[in-house]
Design a protein around this ligand. Sequence first.
Ligand SMILES: [Mn+2]
Length: 347
Amino acid sequence: MNHDGTNLASWGTSHGMHDLAAWLADKSRVLVLTHAKPDGDAIGAAIALVRALRLAPARRALAAFTGAMPHWAGDLTRRDEYIEGTSPLLPFEPDAIIIVDTGSWTQLDALAPLVRGKASITTVIDHHMDGAGDMADRRLVDTGASAVCVLLADLCARLAGVQAPRDLPPDIAAPLYFGCATDTGWFRFPNTNARILSLGAELQRAGAPHAHLYEVSEQRQRAGRIRVLGRALAGMTLHKNDQLAIARISLDDIKQTGAIPGDTGGFGDVMLSISSVRISAILTESAPAPLIKVSLRSKPGPAGADVHAIASALGGGGHAQASGVKLSVTMDEAARIIEQACAGALA
Ligand SMILES: [Mn+2]
């Protein structure tokens, strides 16, 4: 067990989707959880699952979110579908808990107490490379799924009693499509594969409104986000023969530009557009100090590097081309640590 609360030895799939759907069949009070500060894949998966579970009229289902909610959350969800907060009061005692898009105690953050000691009624469905083996008695982990919504589309179709995702109701297809789109950078990132493109086509057929969802997610940015991006890029430094790009965002940067802490997602991909850059790192100062959140991105194949290996060596985790780690050090120390940690991969 490392300090992230993950246990590599026992992480992995224990049950197939057929078993999970059968296990859910007689559950009547289902709680759906995901990682703190949920992104499009996390919220899309959780809300699609809540809606699919509620297709059974006698069943209660609710998602719980914690941490800053994205600006588009209100467009994707209805307020009666989730509770929010650090100590959510549950309106029912769950007989099943499903955790999507994470299997790590740290990532659950304030939601972790809802799950502790409940492994026997808990299932994890995830596509990350590491997680905790003791969180759930049932795990379906598919690191080949570009978004966890790829896995949820299958489960939702089973719950809805339809043959394939193309036959899902539009209000379930839409959040699933949103998760697939956002986790692949709108079907542009290296993790965009045939599997997710065919699912995207099926979900569009089921009624997912592509143009509307794109506008909701990509064209409603706050000015502060663009200003803090400008500042971060202006201060970018290049290392290791320009193969590593590091940008720093301080609490002052966030304050002075009118940005908010959640505004810095996706900046690493901008630096990867530089020809020589193989790895990008965004260092974001967070409270309580000293705490630096490091977001690592890499190009695919020989042009890139395995940033998952780099992040997990430092106690973090994620995917081969997108990983993160939190370091309790100053900004300068964090930059030094990242430069050193990436050196081997960029030799
Ligand atoms: Mn995801």
